[in-house]
Design a protein around this ligand. Sequence first.
Ligand SMILES: Cc1ncc(COP(=O)(O)O)c(C=O)c1O
Length: 419
Amino acid sequence: MTDHRDHGCVTIRSQANPGQTRGPIYLDYNATTPVDPRAVDALLPYLGEHFGNPSSGHAFGLEPHAAIDRARGRVATLIGARPDEIVFTGSGSESDALAIRGAVLTALTDRAERWASGPPHVVTQATEHPAVLAACHALTRVHGVEVTYLPVDADGLVSPDEFAGALTDRTVLATIMQANNETGVVQPIAELAAIAHAAGALFHTDAAQTVGKIPVDVTCVGVDLLTLVGHKMYAPKGVAALYVRSGLRIEPLIAGGGQERGLRAGTENVALITALGTAADLAAADLAAGEPNRLAGLRDTLRERLEGALPGRVHVNGHPSRRLPHTLNLRIDGVAGDTLLAAVPEIAASTGSACHTGDPTPCLKRWLSRRPSRSGRSGCPWGAGPPTPTSAGRPTCWSRRHRGLAPPGRHAWSSVRRI
Ligand SMILES: Cc1ncc(COP(=O)(O)O)c(C=O)c1O
């Protein structure tokens, strides 16, 4: 169970990762979350005592096999799925590729006569994570698949009407992320999935940023395929899952020993899968305890105090309300994102996604650069999580003077000191 304790202005998880007891305040939860120490405790026995191969029929295989079953059940419960609908993978990128390539290749092999009038077609949108965009590009390059990249509107949302208009009788799959990793904008997934189904297409969503952060139920949103990622929900890196709706057939990326219902060959990483199962349980408890509301409160307080300190200069990128509770993507007139973050070394945040190297997603950057702002166009996504401390815990973090941010005579950050 989640163990909370009161810590000044807010309640924080007492199980904070040891890496967060010193150094800058970590506000980059969309890049990765700290591993919950309880997930670490849960995985350790599978690196030691329970080292057996889960496929072995003898005694050493029993506990590893049972541990995978337990984890599968926990992940399934978190998203309202059945355990046999969960396929463990090694990363979010792999889950995305398995969903997208798997669905399209199955359609290609199953129904050759269907493609007489043209190649299979996929619909996605421009601000997807590169894992989705690159999987789509590869399908075009290698298999001649046609892909439509829908734009997003000024709030970062896909228009359901434009989405419906993009679907054709050759559309095999639509893949639209549930929430953007940089802006936190939450797409109308249930509506889009229903439109895709009415046109005879499958629907995949990359839910890397939502599962464990907001309630996600695959039957409510009506998706066929859903990506979730361990290191975005307090499990270690290198483990993820794909929800594959019961009865849906997709082509595996890796064939071999038949693990994961034949959808992902390779001896399972029992330790990391166990940690993901534990993280799923912890996430369910946090969601039930109202953690999203607490984080939304922190996010809004931070924005309000920045707006108070820099009147008229602070703008939120993305939809005002359809946003993840823990994500704040800001631009401040007159200050470039890089300059801002360089001036605040006490905060570990990013000017773009760290899920891939270098700059923010190029498409997202183009979208940000179209947003009205006098200057200082880069967006700064700040993501918080359960152990994000208040000033009570880390008094110096918000109290330094920062050159170039404050209007003359004002102390830019003084009014946010107590967030
Ligand atoms: C929305 C989204 N999808 C996919 C990924 C890729 O996950 P992974 O790094 O595990 O491949 C990330 C971040 O890393 C992400 O934010």
